[in-house]
Design a protein around this ligand. Structure first.
Ligand code: IVH
Length: 707
């Protein structure tokens, strides 16, 4: 029997047979563990078998199987977590890196609230934990659900896993609100991380790159017993849904959470303005190395919760908070080559290929070089950067990394420049399709003029189309799209929706393709079918029109309401004049550059035909105006003019939009209502001429029930 033979005594044939047996036994053990929740072997036996498998693989590396158990960290992939819709969206934070940005944040908050520079305004400052966020729902003080952030709206149900984390109370102490959605960060300490990696290595399992990855990998395990063996911790820093307010201020609310038994960070402080915020930032930074867990900055929050409510949110970040990140980490290495990547809008982006170097714990081998001016030592205005030093292949360059952003090449060491290094010549033709690559007046970027004939642009457009904020088709990510494009199966977005008809039968069935089986092919077709019904804003974003990002797409969708109205308006604006063109330009958040890009896209024949082919497969969901039945202004177009005294213009606009109204910058026959404060000039006059209803600020507040 080979199963007892010592590894160093195994012949090659016996080793091959033993690896096959172990793959079977371990897969069966995993299935028993995961799906039937009825383990057939003990944890110790499981560990022993995995170690034996690793030892055999180490002795006979060429015999390692494609389904090797050592490639599997815990259970199957996370597709199987149930989805949870967050009662209150989980957002991210805007980032700042410079000292001066703290005063700017304070000024922005004051401006929005209409507070004088000398009015008292306090903030909390606390460490930004480098882990992953978790939402814990307590009902009547009992933990009922835990969910990861996911895309902010929908996360994964990880309740069973969260219950295994010692820091997370199963039951709150004292008098908790009937509903409390606790928000915080799951993380792993340095010490626990090192020990875990040692254990993983000893068992021949994958090790983790850093504590955050280890925490994420551990929380997102389908088998909660795996999570239970991982030393996870938790800090609470906020909340989502609440049946009753926790307190009047952030600081008191955090104290209340602590009193309920939730772990809160001891370095949270109350600061009276930017100077104290910066002082606390430096204090936290000085303790960073000895904290025992990773932090990547400091988070500032407006302390008064009423003001937080008034400030509200931008599309993905709160106005009342900001993350002040620690300075970027840097390292020097050699620039081996400069490659050019072609993006979805045809932009040629230079990428530095580097001799791999560790920057702040992460190995970096690629970095961005921005554009040709940057390589040449100039900014977009033609001014010198890096004292005018250019960057050449062969140079020693300084690389820096800040947070999760793409590493950048910051500087070059002329003293170490090889004699033969010559200035970099930026290509004037597209390296992918050979079309001319041109720079338009005032544009720092050189672009391929190949349009849809350029394979790089087509593929990048497709990748964007299936990305998370766009169509987000499960099982069809960047990698799959690229492969399908290469084979000619998917050339444009519309092809995604005919994939099943074209390839469900005959020799080119998807299930005959490597990496696909009957079940995964079925799942893919189902996932595609599910996305035929698509909200208008996602569709607009998915088209990948230059300058039109996620929040602009949402804005456009809200303005035009449905696909037909949107298309008609774009067509009517085609000559860049007239009411429809003005209307588009007057949308707050849409400038002339974006307006032109939009209109032009729909006028380009090939592009338009491709969009029409796509739309024919879709059921495009019009925008639901928020709370229409309670809102007296839903769907109305409102203009604010003159001075508002009880709120700032920005606040009024955000409030009106949250009630489903559209806010416009100019009065026209389409305006439903003008809110005029003192000093209102021509807009009020025009409203009177056109017979548009005009009210004052108090009238507005009464109308929306805020008086
Ligand atoms: S407050 C509305 N406080 O940072 C969002 N977030 O970059 C409020 N994070 O998704 C978040 N430490 O996962 C907040 N003390 C802290 C934090 C913190 C870490 C994470 C959180 C968030 C991410 C945003």
């Amino acid at each position: 029997m080979t199963s007892d033979t010592a590894v160093d005594k195994l012949t090659e044939d016996a080793a091959r047979a033993e690896l096959a047996r172990l793959a079977d036994v371990l897969a069966a053990a995993n299935r028993a563990y995961h799906t039937r929740d009825a383990p057939e072997i003990s944890d110790a036996e499981y560990d022993r078998l995995k170690a034996r498998n690793a030892a055999i693989e180490a002795r006979f590396p060429h015999l390692k199987r494609s389904d090797s158990p050592s490639e599997q960290v815990g259970g199957p992939v996370a597709d199987d977590f149930a989805k949870v819709t967050h009662a209150v969206r989980m957002l991210s934070l805007s980032n700042a890196f410079e000292t001066g940005e703290v005063a700017e944040f304070d000024a922005r908050v004051r401006r929005y609230l209409g507070l004088a520079a000398d009015a008292r305004l306090t903030y909390t400052a606390e460490p930004k934990i480098d882990g992953l966020s978790l939402s814990l729902r307590y009902e009547d003080g009992v933990l009922v659900q835990a969910a990861t952030r996911g895309d902010g709206e929908t996360g994964e149900n990880v309740t069973a896993n969260a219950r295994t984390i010692g820091d997370i109370p199963a039951r709150l102490q004292g008098d908790a609100p009937a509903v409390l959605e606790l928000r915080g960060e799951v993380y792993m300490s340095h010490e626990d991380f090192a020990a875990l990696n040692d254990r993983q290595a000893a068992r021949g399992d994958k090790t983790f790159a850093n504590p955050r990855n280890a925490a994420a990998g551990s929380l997102r395990q389908l088998d909660s017993r795996v999570t239970a063996r991982r030393p996870l911790r938790f800090f609470a820093y906020g909340w989502g849904e609440l049946s009753a307010p926790l307190a009047g201020t952030q600081m008191e609310a955090i104290a209340r959470l602590a009193a309920l038994g939730c772990p809160t960070n001891p370095l949270t402080a109350l600061c009276d303005g930017p100077d104290e915020m910066l002082a606390h930032y430096r204090e936290i930074e000085s303790r960073r190395a000895t904290l025992g867990y990773d932090i990547d900055g400091v988070v500032y929050k407006v302390n008064d919760l009423d003001l937080q409510r008034r400030l509200g949110f931008r599309s993905t970040t709160p106005r009342w908070a900001m993350a002040h990140k620690f300075p970027a980490e840097t390292a020097w290495t050699r620039l081996e080559a400069i490659d050019i990547q072609v993006g979805r809008t045809g932009a040629l982006s230079p990428v530095a290929r580097l001799t791999p170097v560790t920057v702040g714990g992460v190995v970096v081998s690629n970095a961005t070089l921005h554009n040709e001016d940057y390589i040449a030592g100039r900014d977009a205005q033609g001014n010198e950067i890096r004292d005018g030093k250019d960057i050449r292949v062969g140079d020693w360059v300084q690389v820096y990394r800040a947070g999760d952003v793409i590493p950048k090449v910051a500087d070059v060491d002329l003293a170490r420049r090889p004699a033969e290094a010559s200035p970099y010549r930026f290509p004037e033709t597209c390296p992918e399709c050979g079309s001319d690559a041109i720079r338009e007046e005032g544009d720092a970027v050189r672009r391929c003029t190949g349009g849809l004939i350029c394979p790089a642009q087509a593929v990048e457009k497709l990748k964007h189309f299936v990305s998370r904020a766009a169509f987000d088709i499960e099982g069809l990510g960047a990698k799959q799209v690229e492969a399908f494009y290469k084979d000619g199966w998917i050339r444009e977005p519309a092809d995604i929706f005919t994939l099943e008809d074209r390839f469900a039968t005959g020799p080119r069935q998807l299930k005959n393709r490597e990496g696909w089986g009957e079940k995964s092919a079925r799942n893919l077709f189902d996932a595609i079918a599910e996305r035929r019904r698509i909200p208008l804003d996602r569709l607009i974003f998915a088209l990948g029109i230059r300058h039109v990002g996620e929040s602009a797409s949402a804005l456009l969708a809200r303005r035009y309401g449905d696909w037909d109205s949107f298309l008609t308006a774009m067509d009517r604006a085609a000559d860049f004049t007239g009411t429809d063109w003005d209307y588009l330009n007057n949308i707050d958040g849409v400038g002339p550059v974006m307006a032109r890009a939009l209109v032009t896209t729909f006028q380009q024949e090939a592009e338009r035909a491709s969009i029409d082919r796509l739309a024919a497969h879709l059921d495009i969901q019009p925008v639901e105006m928020p709370k229409t039945e309670d809102s007296p202004v839903a769907g109305q177009t409102i203009v604010f003019t003159g001075t508002l005294e009880k709120m700032t213009r920005a606040e009024a606009k955000a409030r009106a939009e949250s009630l489903g109204a559209k806010v416009s910058g100019s009065v026209s026959a389409r305006t439903d209502l003008v809110v005029a404060g003192p000093g209102a000039g021509s807009k009020a006059t025009k409203a009177a001429e056109l017979g548009v209803e005009t009210i004052d600020e108090d009238g507005w507040l009464r109308l929306i029930g805020d008086a």
